[in-house]
Design a protein around this ligand. Structure first.
Ligand SMILES: [Zn+2]
Length: 329
């Protein structure tokens, strides 16, 4: 199927779903139960929990027949329709060419934060040394330097902040010296894996419908948001402003408007990333080892009070794989 036909069939699926009853099968029922869970105790006058969209790893090579200019336009339109500004965490090697700079310029011109996600996406809890990790972080500075909305927020690849106290603390010192803060994720998820399975199925069967993957993704994101919100309340004694992690990929490009709408239905309010990162919670630096994961996960782990609720890693494909296989996804 060519790109136009793929997009048009994806769009048809999406608009059909918005007319049809949205929640009908098992996954969708899960989404409904999350909506109900969040909505049930809500007083209409109570403040709504807030979250900002943070998107990692923009790239010009996607996984299906979706082309990056279409993906980019769709994602930016979805954000614009909510009038919110996201934070884009840029990994230089994926956008280090002319097209990449066009992609980033479009985000910059729309007012989104352009942030550092390292050049080569190294895993700092692996064999990567402090020196190599530091050089790679600095190399990415050149990629984001030209943009007006370049912001000194750094997000660790894989959310891995170092496997020894020495590596962890030396890099934190470097960030501080350079005027950087950590672009923490509070709501972590495995959206990348849902996209990966969608793309794998699409490669074998170009008529793979988007709808079931969209529904799984929405249910998964709402479930993780609900989990990390409650954990933050239990750890910090209050609702914090959240930052949800999603990736720049085909599935998100196709269904982001519906993802954002589902969060609103579940009681959440989208806010600007710059506002979210002002929450005092983002100044905390948990001293866990291995360091990293969601900020909320790490604070919970550091407190030692929530081990029964924490798994390691916090999110990964292994947790979603059996559920997706069972659903034929
Ligand atoms: Zn990444």
């Amino acid at each position: 199927m060519n790109r136009r036909r793929f997009l048009s069939s994806a769009l048809k699926t999406a608009s059909a779903a918005s007319c049809a009853p949205f929640f009908t099968n098992g996954v969708q029922a899960l989404a409904l139960s999350e909506n109900q869970k969040s909505a049930a105790p809500r007083d209409p006058n109570a403040p709504r929990p807030q979250l900002a969209l943070t998107m990692d790893d923009p790239r010009t090579k996607l996984d299906t027949t979706v082309r990056w200019p279409d993906a980019n336009a769709r994602i930016l339109r979805a954000l614009d329709s909510r009038n919110v500004r996201a934070a884009l965490f840029v990994c230089g090697m994926r956008v280090d060419d002319y097209d990449g700079s066009k992609l980033l310029s479009a985000w910059d011109q729309s007012g989104h934060l352009i942030c550092n996600h390292s050049y080569s996406h190294l895993n700092y809890c692996g064999p990567t040394s402090y020196a190599d990790f530091a050089v790679d972080f600095l190399k990415n500075e050149k990629i984001i330097a030209p943009y007006h909305n370049r912001t000194q927020l750094f997000r660790y690849p894989f959310l891995k902040e170092g496997d020894t106290a020495d590596k962890r603390d030396r890099f934190r010192s470097l960030l501080k010296e350079d005027g950087y803060r950590v672009g923490y994720v509070t709501i972590d998820a495995s959206d990348w894996y849902v996209n990966q399975r969608f793309a794998d199925h699409f490669a074998k069967q170009p008529k793979t419908p988007v709808g079931p993957y969209r529904d799984y993704l929405i249910a998964h994101l709402l479930d993780r948001a609900s989990f990390y919100r409650q954990l933050a309340i239990d750890v910090l004694g209050r609702d914090i402003r959240h930052t949800i992690l999603v990736h720049y990929n085909d599935l998100n490009a196709l269904v982001l408007p519906e993802v954002m709408a589902a969060f609103e239905t579940a009681g959440w309010q989208w806010i600007d990333a710059s506002l979210a990162f002002q929450d005092e919670a983002f100044r905390l630096q948990p001293k866990t080892l291995p360091a990293g994961e969601s900020l909320v996960w790490a604070l919970a782990s550091e407190s030692g009070r929530f081990q029964d609720r924490l798994r390691y890693p916090g999110e990964d494909d292994v947790y979603e794989e059996p559920k997706m296989i069972a659903l034929g996804l």
